[in-house]
Design a protein. Structure first.
Length: 581
């Protein structure tokens, strides 16, 4: 009895933890359409960025992007800004937009393969926006000088050798400072989201100059995040192989965070989209995250400053850096780590504490998806694989549960015989368990084993862009979102949307109900507690889990329901052979 009470207490505590987890991860979640538009399609506006970290003394002049429009000024539209600025069109296989010839800035990039909503006709996801917008978000590369030397900056008007930047056809920009320095910038884009920027300077003057290569990503107006404490959205980077994550509010308190590194990267991330600077992986650099307020707006910047380069008269120097501006696809980030040597680029995806389990689960799902063409079917197959791996443990547990069920008549007799002597009854119960080699806590083992898998799969469904808008069958058009049906409109039969009136936890869809029913059926196969109060607690568990999982991603609920069904079949066969059914 003591063991049973402890087991019930453990289950109740686990449910409370899961309920708390569900509350903190769903209470602040905006609708999908808002998430797409606010967290990715409308990045924020940077103001005048501070100088890159570690700028040497001696009057270094750092390019300063123009200030954002104030409240007293009418902010121009994106179309007006793009039209007013000389540009080279960007027509990549997976990116659209343009490069500003004023400052040579990356400030107009959209993604060909991703839309704001499931509708394929909805607008492309916008990653970067031009300065001058209240929601601007852009990247810039160049040089800073240690003396009074004119170098190109954010307002420099470059001359382009062509009007279009395409895959396999680089864009070359040139600018002459008029005092002996000629600057050339070559921009290339690969078949995905990586831009290679090579800055070259030729000294035709009579004196040596010292320059420092830099890159920056500037953003303002703190973006509206999804509000999940288990997901990092903000500034981040990898320095000397170690991931550094900085939330927007933490940076507001500290104003500046500096790092030094050789290799790695630095940038700003949303849930699914990333803009990151990749310095030369063999040259030491100083990276920094900064924040300041201007005209009432928050301004954020991630930047790096490379080592000094001295260019003698008649000589030249060059620096190559890269910009990633696109979707955080797992296989793509891993490929860049392999092909370009970008250290731990996959950490841009927040796989969490169960990284060692979450990422392998993703790769198994992705592998299965390659064969079946549907992530929902891949989840069902993954469940079968997991059940197979834990088959020996589950069999042992179910055999023990079968013994417990067969012992229930004996347990009732002991309860009737020693009901007034709790100590003697517990002693007789333990003796019965020992004699029959039964484990009263065996029913918890299958659930405990799958909890890490449950959370790892939750992470995969939540953070992996491959799961975004991934359909199943029927009414499930997005496995990463909750089941859209609800009992309050008879699963769509009544033309009424209750989601605006009722909290998310009450939106019980078809798949959460299926999960709850399978959990109830599985519970009926288990030995029932002798204590009536404990039996009532067990009876309510399927109901609690049904409400709790209603707001979780549909893919996770499908996994849980299918896992329950497989467990029911396995448990029924074992109990039938043991004569416990």
């Amino acid at each position: 009895m003591s063991d049973n009470r402890n087991m019930i207490l453990a289950i109740v505590i686990s449910v409370l933890i899961l309920l708390g987890f569900n509350y903190w991860t769903t209470s602040q979640l905006p609708p999908e359409s808002q998430t797409s538009a606010q967290t990715s399609a409308q990045p924020a506006q940077p103001g005048q960025p501070a100088a890159p970290t570690g700028a040497p003394t001696g009057g270094v002049a750092v390019p300063q992007p123009e200030a954002a429009a104030t409240a007293a000024q009418a902010a121009p539209s994106k179309a007006e800004l793009l039209k007013a600025t000389p540009r080279a069109a960007l027509r990549g296989k997976r990116v659209h937009g343009s490069i500003s010839l004023k400052g040579g800035q990356f400030d107009d990039i959209t993604l060909v393969d991703y839309r704001e909503a499931i509708d394929p006709q909805s607008p492309e996801i916008v990653v970067l926006r031009p300065r001058g917008l209240p929601t601007a978000y852009f990247a810039e590369f160049g040089w800073v000088a240690s003396g009074q030397v004119a170098v190109p900056g954010g307002d420099t008007l470059w001359t382009a050798d062509r009007q279009i930047l395409e895959n396999g056809t680089p864009l070359t920009l040139t600018w002459d400072n008029g005092t002996g320095l000629k600057f050339t910038r070559t921009i290339a884009v690969d078949d995905d989201y990586m831009f290679t920027v090579t800055d070259h300077v030729e000294n035709t003057g009579g004196e040596a100059v010292t320059l420092y290569p830099y890159g920056l990503i500037s953003r303002s107006q703190t973006p509206e995040t999804t509000g999940y404490y288990i997901l990092h959205e903000g500034l981040l980077g990898v320095f000397n192989g170690t991931l550094e994550e900085v939330d927007y509010n933490d940076l507001e308190e500290k104003s500046k965070i500096e790092k030094t590194s050789t290799g790695g990267w630095i940038g700003i991330t949303d849930k699914y989209w990333l803009s990151a600077l990749v310095p030369d992986q063999k040259i030491p650099y100083k990276g920094r995250f900064t924040h300041h307020r201007e005209n009432g707006q928050d301004k954020y910047q991630a930047d790096f400053l490379g080592e000094a380069v001295t260019v003698q008269p008649g000589a030249s120097a060059a620096n190559t850096a890269r910009l990633f501006a696109g979707a955080k696809e797992v296989k793509l980030l891993d490929a860049y780590e392999t092909s370009l040597g970008v250290a731990r680029f996959d950490l841009a995806i927040d796989f969490g504490w169960f990284y060692w389990l979450t990422k392998p689960i993703f790769y198994v799902l992705n592998y299965l998806h390659g064969y079946v063409g549907n992530f929902g079917i891949a989840i069902l197959l993954l469940t079968v694989i997991i059940k197979t791996l834990f088959f020996p443990l589950a069999n042992k547990s179910y055999r023990s549960m079968s013994k417990m069920k067969k012992l229930q008549p004996e347990m009732l007799k002991l309860r009737e015989r020693f009901g007034d002597d709790k100590q003697r009854m517990n002693q007789e119960m333990m003796a019965l368990y020992k004699r029959e080699k039964a484990n009263p806590a065996s029913g918890c083992l299958p659930m405990l084993v799958q909890i890490p898998v449950f959370f790892a799969l939750y992470k995969v469904l939540f953070v992996s862009i491959e799961m975004r808008h991934a359909p199943f069958y029927g009414w499930i058009h997005d496995l990463s979102a909750p089941d859209p049906t609800t009992i309050f409109n008879l699963f769509g039969l009544i033309p009424w949307d209750p989601t605006s009136l009722l909290p998310a936890i009450l939106h019980i869809g078809v798949w959460p109900l299926v999960m709850g029913i399978t959990m109830f059926l599985q519970q009926k196969l288990n030995p029932q507690p002798a204590d009536p109060m404990q039996a009532k607690i067990f009876m309510f568990l399927p109901i609690i889990f049904t409400f709790m999982l209603a707001g979780f991603p549909a893919g996770l609920v499908i996994y849980w329901a299918w896992n329950n069904l497989l467990s029911i079949i396995q448990q029924w066969v074992i109990m039938k052979r043991a004569g416990a059914t």
